[in-house]
Design a protein around this ligand. Structure first.
Ligand SMILES: [Mn+2]
Length: 353
């Protein structure tokens, strides 16, 4: 119940009598309930999941210790319960409330004070337990294995979409719950699109091909990127790839507990800037990964987060040259008490297919 204790402490500091959690990944993290409809309500003495009849039995199984209350179309049992518990001030997750939902909340909770709060659960989610880190490592090992099985298929004539589908199929066979995010497979000039969508374009000799993909295990994501070249690597291919790889290694080197996350970005960015490609690297170097593929901490040059043991972050510098193509290399890294553990095992030297 350590998570609940931390949230109750935050509640007492505002102070509010209750915290209403409406983001499903957040209530999953807190309680274990994996359903996608409901509300989780925490008070100093109570922990309640409100959900409809599709999920009540599931919630009871997944979230022992929680009171599960069935919601009804004909009456607002959330409001009834809050009134009955004598709750005056309610904290709610303002980042997930639409304007119309906000209006409805105001109408429903006329007798209560609503206090919008941000990041309470996300901050806790940034630091993974051993169990969570294990799920992420497993998802990453599935992705690494799928990539090694895919490589023999990567050759001139195959389309980006076919490769993306094959990756997904292989991962599912290896035990992935699903994809962590829609995969990026981009080739040739399209590889300068950092987040391009796979198309029917077929691989051609001289193409860079970038694969950015992740598996999911027990809800937890992995995230990795590799770039290969088709047919023959020119000096330009080799040079760009080498700069990105050196930037990635320099950024990885910095990672450890107590290190400001922005130092990771700055270390990698410096290598790319000194090589003269600074204008071709527009995004932050990484991000936290967990139940969401992008979550705290942020790992960009303006990040104010500090790395802590248990954080899982990506390191993914890239160079993207319009009209030519791009390279990105991404590993997933666990910050440990004494340094870091790279969870990604796929090779990083330039592969010619
Ligand atoms: Mn990523």
């Amino acid at each position: 119940m350590e998570i609940l204790d931390k949230l109750r402490l935050k509640m007492s500091q505002v102070p509010v009598d209750a915290f209403m959690v409406s983001n499903m990944q957040n209530w999953r993290f807190i309680s274990g309930f994996t359903g996608d409809a409901g509300i989780l309500l925490i008070t100093q003495d109570e922990a309640i999941i409100f959900t409809d009849s599709r999920y009540t039995e599931q919630a009871e199984q997944e979230a022992p210790g929680y009171t599960v209350i069935k919601t009804l179309v004909e009456k607002d049992v959330v409001k009834e319960t809050i009134d009955k518990l004598g709750i005056g001030a309610i904290a709610f997750e303002k980042d997930y409330v639409t304007y119309s939902r906000w209006e409805k909340l105001g109408q429903t909770f006329k007798d209560q004070t609503l206090v919008g709060v941000s990041g309470w659960v996300e901050e806790l989610r940034a630091v993974k337990s051993e169990e969570e880190a294990g799920y992420i490592a497993k998802a990453q090992s599935i992705a690494d294995e799928a990539f090694s099985r895919l490589l023999p298929m990567v050759k001139a004539g195959v389309s980006e979409a076919e490769l993306a589908l094959e990756l997904e199929f292989t991962m599912r066979k290896l035990g992935s719950d699903g994809i962590a995010f829609p995969f990026i497979v981009v080739s040739g000039a399209r590889s300068s699109l950092p987040h391009g969508v796979p198309t029917s374009k077929r691989l051609e000799p001289g193409d860079f091909v970038t694969f950015d993909f992740g598996a999911r295990f027990k809800g937890y994501c992995s995230d990795m990127t590799r770039t290969v070249v088709v047919g023959h690597a020119s000096d330009k291919h080799k040079q760009i790839y080498d700069v990105v790889l050196r930037a990635q290694l320099a950024a990885l080197e910095v990672i450890g507990p107590g290190v400001p996350a922005k130092q990771v970005d700055l270390a990698g960015r410096k290598v790319i800037e000194e090589a003269g490609y600074g204008d071709y690297f527009g995004h932050g170097i990484g991000h936290g990964v967990g139940l969401n593929v992008h979550e705290r901490p942020s790992v960009g040059k303006t990040s104010e987060d500090v790395l802590q043991p248990g954080m899982v972050i990506t390191v993914e510098p890239g160079i993207y040259i319009p009209g030519f193509g791009g390279v990105r290399i991404e590993d997933l890294v666990l910050v440990t008490e004494d340094g870091k553990k790279n969870l990604t095992s796929s090779p990083k030297e330039l592969i010619v297919v």
